[in-house]
Design a protein around this ligand. Structure first.
Ligand code: GDP
Ligand code: MG
Length: 177
């Protein structure tokens, strides 16, 4: 075989979870297609999107699942979580209620998947500075207590969107390779 043919094919399933309207679908749209929908309806969500990424010179594929709005009914199916090796748990820094839901999302994640699923906590909509209800320090403290990665992101202005996905995929790669 040539070196190219020997390249292993990595496919990592990663799930997006968090309350309705925190920006999950737009984080994925920004990451995978560099798009943003100012007035997105939850129905725009696709089942999943596969994105090629370069990690330490290796090509890996992230298969990122979006809820397509089912989180509104507080019932994301177990099929959604099955086989996931990574998770992005999202809240909206301008709505404290979405931050208070994080514990419930963590419980749901851990009841449906492996405890070792690589997880990052994301405080999205960091562009809404004047409407902030959750200080950065609080997000960071929760992440440290729960042993999660943490970033504040904006799907609107792109802040940390690539970095958030890269962090999760790189950590999964490091664990599995
Ligand atoms: P989902 O229900 O979690 O998938 O949330 P959506 O991605 O559908 O976003 C809900 C609403 O928030 C939409 O009107 C988006 O345009 C808006 N939104 C998403 N991300 C951001 C962001 O980073 N900043 C701002 N200002 N609005 C955002
Ligand atoms: Mg959505």
């Amino acid at each position: 075989f040539t070196e190219e043919q020997q390249t292993e094919d990595y496919l990592f399933k990663i799930v997006l979870i968090g309350d309705s309207s925190v920006g999950k679908s737009n984080l994925l749209a920004r990451f995978a297609r560099n798009e943003f929908y100012p007035n997105s309806k939850s129905t725009i969500g696709v089942e999943f999107q596969t994105q090629k990424m370069d990690i330490d010179g290796k090509e890996v594929k992230a298969q990122i699942w979006d809820t397509a709005g089912q989180e509104r009914f507080r019932a994301v199916t177990s099929a959604y979580y099955r086989g996931a090796v990574g998770a992005l748990i999202v809240y909206d820094i301008s709505r404290r209620q979405t931050f208070e839901s994080i514990g419930r999302w963590l419980n749901e994640l851990h009841s449906h998947s492996d405890m070792n699923v690589v997880t990052i906590l994301l405080g999205n909509k960091s562009d809404l500075k004047d409407a902030r209800e959750v200080p950065t320090t609080e997000g960071k403290a929760l992440a440290e207590a729960q042993n999660l990665f943490f970033m504040e992101t904006s799907a609107l202005d792109s802040t940390n969107v690539n970095a958030a996905f890269q962090t999760v995929v790189k950590e999964i790669y490091n664990i599995l390779s």
